[in-house]
Design a protein. Sequence first.
Length: 252
Amino acid sequence: MKKVQFYESEYPYDTLEKFGLTREMIEDLPMHVLDDLSAGLRSPVLPIKVKNDNGDEIACRSRFSFVYSDEGKVQAVFYPALKTAPLEKFGAEEQKSLMAGKTIVSDVNLPDGLCTRAYIQIDPETRQVITVPASLIENNLKLASDAFHLAQQEVTSIKNGKPLTFSIGNDPITIGVDLTDKKGIRICEGDDIEWKNQSKKEWGKYTFGCYGCWITDSDGNHDYISEEDYTEELWDEQKKAGQRNISSGLRK
């Protein structure tokens, strides 16, 4: 269970609304997304609106997460979807590994000018480069290693960015580095294919909330429709969803 770090009453709705994400849109997100946000994780890629230098409004897509400012206030940090990942600071072999979806460990410069070793991945949905200090990842890897009695060779394999699958009894377990996870590593009941799919929490085509509906297209893009803008098709789908919920409750 994720530890709550941010509470709904603290969310910077005024900032989110400036980028086209209203309070109603946030409150109508699936519960697993709201749980992730409260735990400090990044949101799914959602539609936002920004203004260019000429004041024109441009529609684009971005993740966001919450952080505390030095004054203790909750702020929203955005991670917009990019056309290409900014990999200029990495060598040719490092770029090749990152573009192949692998994890690398390299020296990076921090905002304060200090240099540190870090685990690095590319977020496949936004092409943003994610960097986490190596000490944090390796501490959590050690905890996992102790818990599952992993050999050093197995830990080294995980450090090199390859998910490790082993068995407890007849049940497969997979551990791998996932920098989108708050712990930096993710443990899954299943093989490496299930591990990869676990990070993609599926949405239904229609996710109805109190004020509107999130619609997911065939490409996995999420868009929001307010109830006042529902089409006849959406009203029908909402009725079907309500009937399914009633039937599910009767079967319990």
